[in-house]
Ligand binder design. Structure first.
Ligand code: FES
Length: 169
């Protein structure tokens, strides 16, 4: 994927203006990765190279650390994040039906983001709320005992303002 110039310049600006608490050393790699991801929502490729230069280590060292921790992502995340539980309780209660409904509504499967960056669907093994199975999380809010119909309603509610805005254009 080609690197967009604006991303490169944004990364440069962030790294040039890092708060003083981030020393130029190896122990700063994780905090600087976290800080950069907070700014972009993910780690663009120029960030890995820039952080390597900043911390005076190789890009492969930074990449190795970033891929080791599940908290770091290399692709943009959608404005709305839907997390579907695929644990045993949710599986037997119909989580696949929720995923199928989401795919119908958004045109994407698990671990994907819509091209307009409005929605990301991800899955987890268990939220620890099995009594509410099947469970989904939308932008940090838990929705239990879901059915394809109730999930559709939730998504339509999120989409409604964006669609209303579209129709005004
Ligand atoms: S299996 Fe889904 S919340 Fe536990």
């Amino acid at each position: 994927m080609p690197v967009i110039d604006s991303t490169q310049s944004e990364v440069d600006e962030i790294l040039d203006n890092l708060p003083g608490r981030f020393g130029r050393e190896q122990s700063s790699i994780i905090p600087v990765l976290q800080y950069t991801q907070e700014k972009f929502g993910y780690l663009p490729e120029p960030a890995v190279i820039g952080i390597a230069k900043y911390c005076r280590v190789s890009a492969s060292t930074v990449y190795g650390i970033a891929t080791f921790y599940a908290q770091f992502r290399f692709t943009p995340i959608g404005k709305n994040v839907i997390t579907v539980c695929r644990g045993t309780a949710c599986h037997v209660s119909g989580c696949q039906g929720l995923l199928d409904e989401l795919e119908k509504l958004l045109g994407i499967g698990p671990d994907s983001t819509t091209p307009d960056l409005e929605f990301t669907i991800q899955t987890v093994a268990c939220f620890g709320s099995c009594a509410l199975a099947p469970v989904i999380l939308i932008n940090g809010k838990v929705h239990g005992r879901q059915t394809p119909k109730s999930t559709r309603k939730l998504i339509k509610k999120i989409k409604a303002p964006a669609e209303a805005e579209e129709s005004v254009k």
